[in-house]
Design a protein around this ligand. Structure first.
Ligand code: HEC
Ligand code: HEC
Ligand code: HEC
Ligand code: HEC
Ligand code: HEC
Ligand code: HEC
Length: 503
């Protein structure tokens, strides 16, 4: 019987190409891995390349080696006597066979070791903020930018979007694979729709760090507004927000987090996907089983619509829907810049001019920056020629600050404006709490959901200079609207006039 010498099987093109691919990718892998570790680089592309592209290529090379050898064996076998063995001989008593076997063993061990490191790193990398936020620049820019400015800038995207456990990891990777495809071929919607379908329940994400049983008391908020007048008159509002606690065991089950009270359950049906129009609300008391249903008087749901639902159980995300991606309005952002002095407050009418320059519709960020740089100085040249000359440096400063804030809140390439992502906390620019807390939502008993200005917060002080007022009792002050609007705020929601620009 002719013996086919084992190592000779390797002398064929397929095997040699496989070996080359394997060696070259492994070498690249090692060099890049070393660079990544040594430099602590966080370039998302290096990561993708090292952990996601190289290992499969190396594996492909590795597979070519036995395939080539097998084909070679077949050829040698059929060209010789027909009764040769069906499989190559491996005879460990022969030194060459022993050496080859040993070599293969070492390569296999080395590879599985590196593959283990690689897949561990791949797991981590695909979970990293850089991977989620920075790899797909265009589609993720709005969320990534707002994330970096939020109080969760040190919390990984996946802590909220994936959470723990294999099931959700796999689920996120499946939809992630589609997203990688969508961004590579420019197939993503602009803006990215919200809310996210099938977002993991807050119970399993937010509540790993914040939990409803924790008593959170109250929170003071000092919000400084500037008016759209010549002096940019400052109008601070100092609120005590009655956050309250969610658990009767540990604290007062009252205040805003009453909603998370474990003894009651609030559910609702929304008409629109963004959950801004809520005509039906049901509150169930667990202990007594008592149910109260509030319906919109003006525009109630029909029986069929109620049966069709879907009924959503209220959780943290129904109020805190923008914990990490707040798309601020130009009004808010310019107020901030005025407060911190990035925009000089004593430039006449700068609040109005900066808000208008920011809120105008632009096609690209670059166009916006160019227009802002033209509009603001243009306004002063025309309306205040003296100021234009005397305050040139300050006007320039205002331009730069306005350009910066534009890039933090508006993303024309993704067609993202603050109105696309309403924030449900409050009721100043978006309906928020007033989606339910309005006089038109009435129960069978004739009850409405409270609109009392003092239930959710009390005003500790408001106004400035000669119109400054400070509370002298825990009930706080009655709200004073800075502009005379005939007390219209009593009937009309703030958000109906204040839409994020000049009311
Ligand atoms: C603190 C929790 C949290 C973190 C951290 C977080 N997100 Fe989000 N994200 C949310 C919530 C909540 C929503 C809105 C969900 C909803 O309303 O359905 C959201 C929505 C989104 C959306 C959909 C569009 C939108 O704005 O509604 C994208 C895209 C997104 N996040 C990407 C990211 C990326 C990328 C990161 C990391 C750079 C990140 N998120 C970090 C909580 C978080
Ligand atoms: C990995 C832990 C972690 C997770 C998960 C997390 N947070 Fe937070 N959260 C924090 C930290 C840390 C802060 C910052 C506290 C500070 O600034 O003092 C914070 C602050 C907050 C604040 C107060 C500051 C603000 O922005 O108004 C709210 C509200 C909040 N988180 C809501 C949420 C919601 C809703 C979710 C789920 C979508 C969530 N968090 C998920 C850790 C987390
Ligand atoms: C009928 C329309 C209307 C309603 C309702 C309304 N406002 Fe106003 N608001 C105005 C107008 C007009 C101004 C004057 C704009 C200016 O010169 O600043 C103004 C100015 C303000 C300002 C000064 C700073 C700024 O952004 O203009 C604050 C603060 C304010 N309103 C708060 C509120 C609050 C809070 C509510 C709800 C409780 C409310 N407003 C309801 C029309 C309204
Ligand atoms: C009915 C609306 C609503 C719901 C539901 C809600 N919150 Fe809040 N939460 C608020 C408001 C309003 C504040 C006051 C601060 C603010 O205005 O941002 C607040 C404040 C907070 C804060 C910051 C203050 C603190 O105690 O440290 C955290 C954290 C927080 N909420 C987490 C949660 C979590 C987690 C859930 C779900 C279990 C939840 N909230 C459910 C409305 C709500
Ligand atoms: C989905 C509808 C809905 C939304 C949105 C909503 N609420 Fe409520 N809220 C209710 C209902 C229903 C009640 C209970 C009414 C009752 O049965 O007494 C309630 C009760 C409350 C109470 C307790 C009042 C009391 O009697 O002690 C507070 C405080 C409160 N809400 C604050 C808020 C705040 C703040 C927001 C916005 C951040 C908000 N709610 C958003 C439906 C809602
Ligand atoms: C259902 C609860 C609730 C009711 C009722 C309510 N508010 Fe508010 N209000 C809030 C929350 C929540 C905020 C946001 C606080 C924050 O920014 O942290 C807010 C914010 C405000 C602010 C500050 C807005 C800003 O951005 O400067 C004013 C002023 C205000 N409310 C006035 C009123 C007045 C006047 C009424 C009665 C007509 C009223 N509120 C009724 C929950 C409520």
């Amino acid at each position: 019987m002719k013996k086919i010498r084992y190592p000779r099987l390797a002398y064929n093109k397929t095997t040699l190409i496989g070996l080359m691919i394997f060696l070259v990718t492994m070498l690249t892998f090692l060099i890049l891995l070393f660079m990544e570790l040594a430099a602590g680089s966080s370039n998302p592309y290096v990561g993708i390349f090292v952990y996601m592209v190289l290992p499969p290529v190396a594996l492909f090379g590795l597979l070519l080696i036995p395939i080539g050898m097998w084909r070679r064996f077949k050829v040698l076998q059929s060209s010789d006597r027909p009764d040769t063995a069906r499989f190559p001989y491996v005879d460990l008593n022969r030194a060459t066979h022993r050496r080859t076997a040993l070599l293969l063993l070492v390569v296999a061990l080395l590879y599985s070791g590196l593959a283990a490191v690689g897949s561990f790193q791949a797991y981590h990398h695909s979970e990293s903020v850089e991977f989620c936020g920075a790899t797909c620049h265009v589609p993720m820019k709005p969320e990534y930018t707002t994330y970096q400015l939020s109080s969760h800038a040190r919390v990984a995207c996946t802590a909220c979007h994936v959470g723990e456990g294999v099931g959700w990891y796999a689920k996120s990777k499946l939809s992630g694979a589609y997203q990688v495809y969508a961004s590579a071929f420019d197939k993503f919607p602009r803006p990215i729709p919200t809310p996210i379908k099938d977002l993991r329940p807050a119970r399993e994400t937010c509540e790993r760090c914040h939990w409803p049983e924790k008593d959170s008391g109250g929170q003071q908020r000092l919000i400084t507004h500037y008016m759209y007048d010549e002096e940019n008159t400052e109008w601070p509002i100092n609120l005590l927000v009655k956050t309250g606690g969610g658990d009767p065991e540990t604290g007062q089950p009252e205040g805003i987090h009453w909603h998370m009270n474990t003894a009651v359950e609030t559910e609702y049906i929304a008409r629109d996907p963004q959950r801004q129009d809520i005509p039906w609300i049901r509150v169930t008391e667990r202990e007594t089983g008592r149910v109260t249903v509030y319906q919109d008087e003006d525009d109630p749901l029909t029986e069929e619509e109620i049966a069709a639902g879907p009924v959503r159980r209220m959780d943290c995300m129904d109020c805190h829907n923008r914990p990490s991606h707040k798309f601020r309005s130009p009004d808010f952002a310019v107020d901030r810049a005025l407060l911190t002095g990035r925009i000089p407050r004593d430039l006449p009418e700068i609040k109005r001019v900066a808000v208008e320059a920011t809120a105008a519709h632009y096609e690209t960020e670059e166009e916006a920056h160019r227009e802002i740089a033209a509009r603001i100085p243009g306004f002063y040249r025309k309306e205040y020629p003296d100021v234009s000359v005397a305050r040139r440096v300050d006007i320039e400063k205002a331009v730069v600050a306005t350009q910066t804030l534009f890039s933090q809140i508006l993303f024309p390439e993704m067609k993202v404006r603050w109105t696309d992502y309403p924030d449900n906390i409050g009721h100043f620019i978006e309906p928020g709490c007033f989606r339910c807390h309005t006089p038109t939502k009435v129960s069978e008993e004739g009850w409405t959901i409270t609109q009392d200005c003092n239930v959710c917060h009390s005003i500790l002080s408001q106004g400035s200079e000669d119109r400054f007022e400070m509370a002298s009792s825990p009930e706080g002050l009655e709200f004073v609207h800075p502009e005379d609007i005939d007390e219209e705020w009593r009937e009309t929601g703030c958000f109906e006039c204040h839409e994020g620009t000049q009311p």
